[in-house]
Design a protein around this ligand. Structure first.
Ligand SMILES: Cc1cc2nc3c(=O)[nH]c(=O)nc-3n(C[C@H](O)[C@H](O)[C@H](O)COP(=O)(O)OP(=O)(O)OC[C@H]3O[C@@H](n4cnc5c(N)ncnc54)[C@H](O)[C@@H]3O)c2cc1C
Length: 358
């Protein structure tokens, strides 16, 4: 029997597969590897390098511009972030593992067997669900798109000539665009990734239209998006390890999901490897994985509270809060990066700092 079946060949699944190099791993996805980008693909440069996807970087920058209503803050991040070409990144990551790949759409699981849409029946000693928000191996069945725990985002790829240049990564909180959520524009080489993410179920295409009109953004060449799962869910169920969006690992306030997907993908891969090599009993590995997930729940709760606060707070009060945090804004010269360090936001879930497991 196959040693490990990983469902989902994106950031979480490919990172787990890389950790299992040399073992008998079957990686399945409903699409060819890297075929369907959903994300703006922004992540810390240090993580991109650790993942071995540095050659897929399109743009790297430390600068961030934050706009809340009519006020603007320019901030130097403590470390550079980058955008990557999704397909190239997935291919580079896949090349570092040696899993067999099969294109199969998994519809669910019965008696420990993953069932494919064309009648495939896939079994393995260990199951890893990295299928994103759908969580297709959940014993209770896949998550429907209408699940209230999901948030949504969509974005356009706009040729650089048709998008106003932004000083680094641009974030806009403005209720005239979105009732609850934020808009962004990320420079990405020959194009900008211009999008909106909502914390509640509100129509995204009109919001994107308002953003484009207001910021004088031209037509995009490509539109994509989908749901994001940022409410933590059981990381282990019925012998399956759930990683990345499948376990609700995206970060609730920023909707950053690549960093946690890599972190938990790496941890799951290392723990399964330890079991296969005889260094750890399976129940101990599952408990270690669940404990790692639980250790971060406090942080998720704090970010969910902050997300709820941005949902109900008018822009004027948000501006006041950001002023307290970052200084006067608008006319202020670049404020120091210290406030970001204080939040510890950038320090957590760093796969590159994950200690060797077990
Ligand atoms: C518009 C938008 C912008 C975003 N921007 C950013 C950003 O800039 N930075 C950031 O860090 N995060 C961003 N995110 C969030 C980020 O995309 C996710 O959190 C991240 O991709 C999660 O990785 P994952 O590997 O867990 O899941 P996914 O990337 O969702 O991958 C799941 C994989 O499973 C496969 N799959 C799904 N169903 C099945 C099935 N039934 N059978 C087989 N395979 C299946 C899919 O094809 C896919 O390859 C954004 C999300 C959206 C929607």
């Amino acid at each position: 029997m196959t040693e490990v079946l990983i469902v989902g060949a994106s950031f979480a699944g490919l990172t787990a597969a890389r950790e299992l190099r040399g073992r008998d791993v079957l990686l399945v996805d409903r699409s060819p590897i890297g075929a369907h980008q959903t994300s703006a693909c922004a992540l810390p440069v240090s993580l991109a390098e650790w993942l071995g996807i540095g050659d897929a970087i399109l743009h790297a920058d430390r600068r961030m511009r934050l706009r809340v209503g009519r006020d603007t803050w320019r901030v130097d991040l403590p470390e550079p972030f980058c955008t990557v070409d999704y397909e190239a990144a997935c291919r580079l990551l896949a090349a570092q593992g040696d899993a067999r790949f099969a294109q199969v759409r998994i519809t669910g699981r019965a008696a420990g067997v993953a069932i494919g849409a064309d009648g495939e029946r896939l079994t393995a000693d260990h199951l890893v669900d990295a299928s994103g928000w759908r969580r297709v191996l959940d014993p209770a069945g896949p998550t429907p798109g209408a699940d209230v725990r999901l948030v949504t985002g969509t974005e356009d790829h706009v040729p650089s000539a048709a998008a106003p240049p932004t000083p680094g990564f641009d974030f806009i909180f403005d209720r005239a665009i979105l009732r609850a959520g934020y808009a962004w524009s990320f420079p990405s080489g020959d194009h900008a990734r211009v999008g909106v993410g909502s914390f509640v179920r509100e129509p995204l295409n009109p919001a994107l239209g308002t953003l484009r009109e207001r910021e004088r953004v031209g037509a995009g060449t490509e539109r994509h998006g989908g749901a994001i799962s940022c409410v933590p869910r059981d990381p282990v169920a019925d012998g399956v390890l759930f990683v990345g969006d499948a376990a609700g690992h995206a970060l609730p306030l920023t909707l950053e999901g690549i960093r946690p997907a890599a972190y938990f993908g790496c941890a799951a891969g290392r723990l399964v490897r330890a079991v296969l090599e005889g260094g750890l009993e399976r129940p101990a590995a599952e408990a270690r994985y669940a404990a790692l997930h639980a250790a971060h729940l406090g942080g998720y709760r704090r970010l969910l509270r902050a997300q709820r606060w941005t949902r109900r707070t008018p822009d004027a009060l948000k501006r006041r809060a950001v002023r307290r945090w970052l200084g006067p804004g608008a006319t202020a010269a670049d404020p120091p990066a210290r406030p970001f360090r204080q939040l510890r936001y950038l320090d957590v879930l760093r796969a590159e700092r994950l200690p060797a497991l077990p």
